[in-house]
Design a protein around this ligand. Structure first.
Ligand code: NAI
Ligand code: MG
Length: 365
């Protein structure tokens, strides 16, 4: 049977950008003999409107069965005043939690045609292609005890950085696996100089390294890592780090490359029966209510998220390369959605026109 995909377009520009991904999925079926069984369902505000919950149990069950989930974006002003328990992002959090997606992959890739867009000097970022692996389900955002407590005559806010060896190990392993299919270079970041969790992190990463003798492993304190990411980002290939440092470092790396409309992500869990990780792919951006319904959204972040699915869920690395090359070619031709406008005198294309251009580049590939 064909590999299966559950598409959850969500809210706002989610359905607009996902429509372009659907065209690309169809292209693979027609032109590359790579057909997928695609089903589509609701998440976020769209699910709340239909069912009164941001993720229906049936949808959750489907997500557990498919080879990969593709999600657009959730949320919007219409839902801002809903009760916390049914807010759109709760749908997303439930998916991440029940699928146990502990490894969050955030590439920071700079297409040459967009190097002027970076917050840094062009030569520092041209050709940049790094991957941050962030542990996503543990650490200080989840550790107990947590809360605001009374202590004497004032209050104290407490969060606990807590990592078990197995939590570190599975995140490290996914980063080593990634390094093996990239350039076999991995940098682990923590603060072993001042944190016990950092000491354990480094120890476990070193232990896992024994299983990957081909990977060149280095360690860096996360504060130095932040500095190095801005000073000379091309020294890195894969970076692995905990939930808190990963949150900050991946946002920092994102700004090396320009528009939010360009940034894909993958969240991976444990291997399923087919040997591939449970996985959800989504653009980093949100539902962009300010441009919803105006055909302005850049579909590339969502399209590159599908490229990651080809690579990590479907073992179709060559086809992922083909899709990324098509995006690169279109950008090199000067095709720009409104968020990518920098040069004078360029007329922006619409969401579907960007899709047209990428499909044409695929046809020419
Ligand atoms: P946002 O990412 O939706 O938008 C930030 C800015 O970037 C806006 O000006 C938007 O027009 C622009 N932008 C984002 N994606 C774009 C694209 N593909 N093409 C062109 N321009 C793009 O973040 P914001 O405005 O803070 O949040 C809007 C809603 O999205 C909120 O309800 C928020 O909770 C939700 N959100 C959802 C996320 C998710 O589903 N994973 C992540 C972040 C926010
Ligand atoms: Mg963040």
């Amino acid at each position: 049977s064909n590999p299966s995909i559950l598409i959850l377009p969500g809210d706002g520009i989610g359905p607009e950008v996902m429509a372009q991904v659907t065209r690309i999925i169809d292209w693979y079926g027609e032109k590359r003999d790579l057909a997928f069984d695609v089903s589509t369902d609701l998440v976020g505000g769209a699910a709340y409107d239909a069912h009164g919950v941001p993720l229906h149990d049936d949808t959750m069950a489907k997500a557990m069965e498919v080879d990969a989930v593709l999600l657009g974006a959730v949320g919007g002003p219409k839902y801002d005043n809903l009760d916390f328990s049914v807010k759109p992002e709760r749908g997303l959090l439930r998916l991440r939690k029940e699928m146990d997606l502990f490894s969050n992959l955030r590439p920071a890739q700079c297409f040459d045609a967009l190097a002027d867009f970076s917050s840094l000097k062009k030569d520092l970022v041209a050709g940049l292609d790094i991957m941050i692996v962030r542990e996503l389900t543990s650490g200080v955002y989840f550790g107990e005890p947590r809360g605001i407590f009374n202590e004497g005559n004032e209050r104290v806010g407490i969060n606990t950085q807590r990592y078990t060896e197995s939590e570190i190990e599975r995140a490290a392993r996914s980063a080593f696996e990634l390094a093996m299919v990239r350039s076999k270079k991995l940098c682990s970041m923590e603060k072993a100089n001042v944190m016990e969790s950092g000491i354990l992190w480094r120890e476990v990463v070193n232990r896992v390294a024994a299983d990957y003798p081909e990977v060149e492993l280095s360690h860096m304190y996360a504060d130095n890592g932040a500095m190095q990411l801005v000073r000379a980002p091309k020294q890195f290939d894969v970076i692995v780090t905990d939930n808190l440092f990963g949150d900050i470092l991946s946002d920092c790396a994102a700004m090396l490359t320009g528009s939010l409309g360009m940034l894909p992500s993958a969240s991976l869990g444990a291997p399923m029966d087919n040997g591939r990780p449970r996985a959800m792919y989504e653009p980093v951006h949100g539902s962009a209510p300010d441009i919803t319904g105006q055909a302005k959204a850049n579909p590339i972040a969502c399209i590159l998220s599908f490229a990651m699915a080809l690579r990590y869920s479907f073992a179709e690395g060559a086809e992922a390369d083909r899709l990324e090359a098509a995006v690169e070619a279109v950008l090199a031709d000067g095709v720009r959605t409104a968020d990518l406008l920098g040069e004078e005198g360029v007329t922006p294309v619409s969401t579907s026109e960007m899709g047209d251009a990428i499909l044409a580049a695929l046809d020419a590939s």
